[in-house]
Design a protein around this ligand. Sequence first.
Ligand code: ATP
Ligand code: MG
Length: 438
Amino acid sequence: MYLSKLFIPITKDLPSEAKIKSHQLMLRAGMIKQSSTGIYSWLPLGFKIMKKVEQIVRQEQNLIGAQELLMPTIQSAEIWKESGRYQDYGEEMLRIKDRQGREMLYGPTNEELITDIFRSSIKSYKSLPQLLYHIQWKFRDEVRPRFGIMRCREFYMKDAYSFDLSDEEAKLSYNKMFYSYIKTFNRLGLKAIPMAADTGPIGGDLSHEFIILAETGESQIYADKRIFDIDLDKYDFSKRSLEKMREDFSSIYAVTDEKFDEKKFDKLVKKENQIKTKGIEVGHIFYFGDKYSKPLNCMIDAQDGKKIALKMGSYGIGVSRIVGAAIEANYKDNVMKWPKAIAPFDVVIIPSISKNNKENLQKAIKVYNELKEQNIDVLLDDVDENMSNKFKKHDLIGVPYQIIMGSKSSSNNLEFKELNSEIEMMSMEKIKSKLKKK
Ligand code: ATP
Ligand code: MG
């Protein structure tokens, strides 16, 4: 892609409510635009990044056998009345009436709707277990939308639901999701800590939040940094191994401030391993048994002929919030560097261009075409602008690698730079092989 053709409306004017880095940067780099309070349009650069996040989340869900479907954003109030949550959800729920006067709502989550689909389709234990998910917009009329897309009203979420016959089977589904979440965040290049959480209004008895370390987070966290040393590869998909994995994570100290006990922390965690910082919740998983299946009468014929209410769990990941959280976790010294897996481009070519010397641009186009042939997603900064402005702009856009074509680069010895590191001279061959390794 040529930068001159790309729709990136870079702006310097920031609204006063843009207080944290990710919000400022996403507006400045033209990734999002607010359309009304807590509601945003995703412009091409931001959208591309969000789609990359979505794709990784999807692949990892598919890998544990979850099946994708798509439920609508608008739901009928009826099923929410059946579960009893129509009242309980309160003002966070956006309620709508259609022309027939029927009560509808914009879904803030989908436990009721998925249970309704399930109860009318699955009758026998033979079809279990099932893991279903969708990636869809949600609406929550937050009291105080803030931090841009991190706490907004309309946001993009992956939500999965598990259906099992017994608590024991359901725990296996829960553990598979737990595993998948750790793997997903690793692939996204983000360090997420699983923390035992209160189950809150969703109810039930097993719940974990996944929290990314970032000083601007809303939760205060205390953890032992050895939690990052647990190697997922040592577990397999057997019941025992997955249970052991969750125990291993749980055995390492990691809590939010509600559960913090300083004496315990100092006793259990060596000074040099202590992490005391803030964090952003990017995922949340719950096991709640028959909390919804009972009132919604989602029953199944068990092997002995008895009718059993299904045991369910739900599992959310804030796909759109992750884009902001990745900025908060990676922004340093006025430079944004995207994790490679979700970077908007693999590399940017930055030639110095002047009106009377277009030769450098021609050379850059040659390099551009050569990289394109290798399926490398490359951005060419073909804008006629001085180099210092260009560098500032690319510190903002955050493409992790740069090829700088000034006076020092020759056709097969190029100035190559990883953001936040020194420039190296590198041959085309070496650049290609470096960029292909992702
Ligand atoms: P929070 O405590 O941050 O309000 P929650 O517990 O209400 O989150 P869940 O219902 O578990 O969130 O939703 C799953 C995920 O959706 C969260 O982990 C978060 O990443 C994302 N999410 C929730 N609310 C918002 C929001 N208002 N804006 C953007 N993302 C959100
Ligand atoms: Mg909430």
